[in-house]
Design a binder for this molecule. Structure first.
Ligand code: 5GP
Length: 114
């Protein structure tokens, strides 16, 4: 089932897009939890981590990590450190069922994450 992120991919609703290729999109989180909070998503609809088929999606996942590293450098948080998060399912805190990698940085992260 399509989510609000499909509307962002299709440019039906606005988002602050910071990176785009044919296969992935990165945009600022509308409700940032850190000075830098970017969502990196595949354009193809994969609802959640447990729907990833590694043999099929490994290239896509690599592109998402590459994008995270590139954006972390651009945002000036690569050296200090940052956090990458996939929330999966209700107890994982997932709200939008279109796979997304959170890139969070610009402040000290805590553990446990809560
Ligand atoms: P989840 O809890 O599913 O891992 O994260 C979903 C994230 O998407 C949340 O951090 C939320 O703030 C963000 N989000 C939800 N709707 C929108 C939207 O319409 N635009 C943007 N830019 N972010 C959104």
């Amino acid at each position: 089932m399509s989510t609000i992120f499909s509307k962002i991919i299709n440019k039906e609703i606005p988002a602050d897009i910071v990176f785009e290729t044919d296969t992935i999109l990165a945009f600022k989180d509308v409700n940032p939890q850190a000075p830098v909070h970017i969502l990196i998503i595949p354009k193809v609809e994969i609802p959640k981590v447990t729907d990833i088929i590694v043999k099929e999606h490994d290239g896509l996942l690599g592109e998402m990590i590459d994008a995270a590293n590139k954006l972390a450098k651009e945002m000036g948080i690569a050296e200090d450190g940052f956090r990458l998060v996939f929330n999966c399912g209700d107890k994982g805190g997932q709200e939008v069922y279109h796979l997304h990698l959170h890139l969070l940085g610009g402040r000290q992260m805590k553990w446990p994450p809560g």
